[in-house]
Design a protein around this ligand. Structure first.
Ligand code: CA
Length: 236
């Protein structure tokens, strides 16, 4: 018997996927509470005190975005969504509504477990954030949010206001997928949510400043058609 890895609410109407995922998670020491509809899932999430929710977007009774909006109205529990390839736009809406990560079906169990663990760690970090220094290291680059300074190997690195706003948005939620819309709002404001070309240009500039090799980014990771995710970040 493994130690208790966490309490999971798993909302999925497909019995085959449910069985497969539940078995794999239980083997890893998770306790899994299943729900086969959105309504039942919301009730489970409210009563089981889950550490994480796995949510299939293709449920019979409600659309995924509405489920997330409802969960987010009272809970900050990490939400990992499962989507079919045909639900591309719905997936982005789900992330905009506050989901933390997504997997496209069919997915491998190691991938699901890795994503879940990343979200559980991120959430634990968030809970401990009161003790955080606000300083982060990305390879050779040190970001000091309280001092509003960025340096590379001790040399000051100049970021424009917009670059800094984009970077601090990614940093505050390191490990989480931040959608194009969320980044555009953070960088330029809500009237620019469709200006995707701005974002492309600025993310490229940020990569040139922060990455060792901007053509092989390891920190600012592209989530195709969705947004960006900050990876390989350590607290100082
Ligand atoms: Ca489904």
């Amino acid at each position: 018997m493994q130690e208790h890895a966490g309490n999971i609410v798993f909302i999925e109407d497909d019995p085959h996927i449910r069985k497969l995922v539940k078995g794999a998670l239980e083997q890893e020491g998770f306790i899994v509470h299943e729900a086969t509809s959105a309504r039942a899932g919301i009730v489970e999430a409210g009563t089981r005190k889950p550490d994480l929710v796995i949510l299939d977007l293709g449920l019979p009774d409600m659309d995924g975005k509405a489920v997330i909006t409802e969960l987010r109205s009272w809970s900050s529990v990490p939400i990992v969504i499962l989507s079919a390839r045909t639900q591309e736009s719905e997936k982005v809406e789900a992330l905009d509504a506050g989901a933390d990560d997504y997997l496209v079906k069919p997915f491998g169990m190691p991938e699901l477990l890795a994503r879940m663990r990343a979200q559980l760690r991120r959430h634990a970090r968030g809970a401990a954030r009161d003790g955080s220094t606000g300083r982060y290291r990305l390879g050779e680059v040190l970001v000091d949010l309280p001092a509003r300074s960025v340096s590379r190997n001790g040399e000051p690195l100049h970021l424009t206001q917009i670059e800094y706003r984009l970077l601090s948005t990614l940093l505050r939620d390191a490990g989480r997928v931040i959608t194009h819309r969320q980044l555009l709002v953070a960088g330029w404001g809500p009237s620019h949510v469709d200006d995707h070309h701005y974002l492309r240009i600025y993310m490229q500039r940020l990569r040139q400043k922060l990455e060792r090799d901007a053509t092989q980014p390891v920190h600012i990771v592209t989530e195709i058609g969705v947004g960006y995710r900050l990876a390989e970040v350590a607290g100082e």
